[in-house]
Design a protein around this ligand. Sequence first.
Ligand code: PMV
Length: 314
Amino acid sequence: PHRGYGETWAKTILMGEHSVVYGYPAIAVPIMSLRMRAWAVPVRNGRPGTLRALGYYGPLAGAPDQFGGVLKAVEVAREFAGYPDQEFDIVTRSDFPAGRGLGSSAAASGAVIRAIVDAAGVQAGHDDIVAMTNSAEVVTHGHPSGLDAVTICGDDPVRFVNGTMTSIDVRMPAYLVIADSGIAGSTKEAVDAVRREYERDYDRVHDILERLGDLAAHSADDLRDGGLNSLGRRMNRAHALLSELHISHPKADAMVEQARRSGAVGAKMTGGGLGGCIIALAADLSSARTIRHDLLALGVPAVWIHPLNQLDVE
Ligand code: PMV
């Protein structure tokens, strides 16, 4: 093998977080302007491979638990590439933070897999990369839905329901503004909290989850039909329902309200919650820039603008 390179990108959940756990649909959007890059350099002299990532530089085998997925990614990719015993020095570099629901663990695994496959000069299809990324995600998350693995290396938004993925052809010249609260929310804690509430107050929570599922299902139609205002209204409703499940965060609520005051067509928390990121829908680039400006003035650590229609990226 020679020196290999691979990249993937961030994802964000447009609709359906949490209700997706109960079998309702969800929509995830690839954020191709937020890249995760990886390099794989074959080790020639027999020493063990290393990992250089944000927060760690040392032997691959001695990397802390949070890199368990990357270790698994290296293992499955070496196997796939036909070099099960080849050691690599792995470097990852990310445009976006970890632990904010942007899919950084899946993106890192996917990029490393692509880098090793590239290093070996073998062909791997999209499905191969997704399957390998998923086995790395099992190490990181236990029972991943598979949504992250598909979205971090795919071109289109994906509608997901009960394990089936369908890509959505977006007809909407709108922008997503993604803003980081700076607070690392634990998805597992949030999922557990919803479960407890579901068991304690079944009728109310079941109704909320059903409504979230409906909103997600109709949002897929909005994306296809260019229903900008109805998508925005659905995002606002979804945020209110997620707040009723007590998994939003005061900082996220303040950001959502600011985005709306600044002209967002709709805004909501995204992903697991209890912190993490919010997303706002902007009708055009100048509106997106106003929202970003005002969120930054609020003291939000990072704000990104992304066209919903990926064809606009180039
Ligand atoms: O925190 P994220 O963006 O990885 O999203 C979690 C989405 C949940 O629906 C809350 C959990 C899940 O496994 O689907």
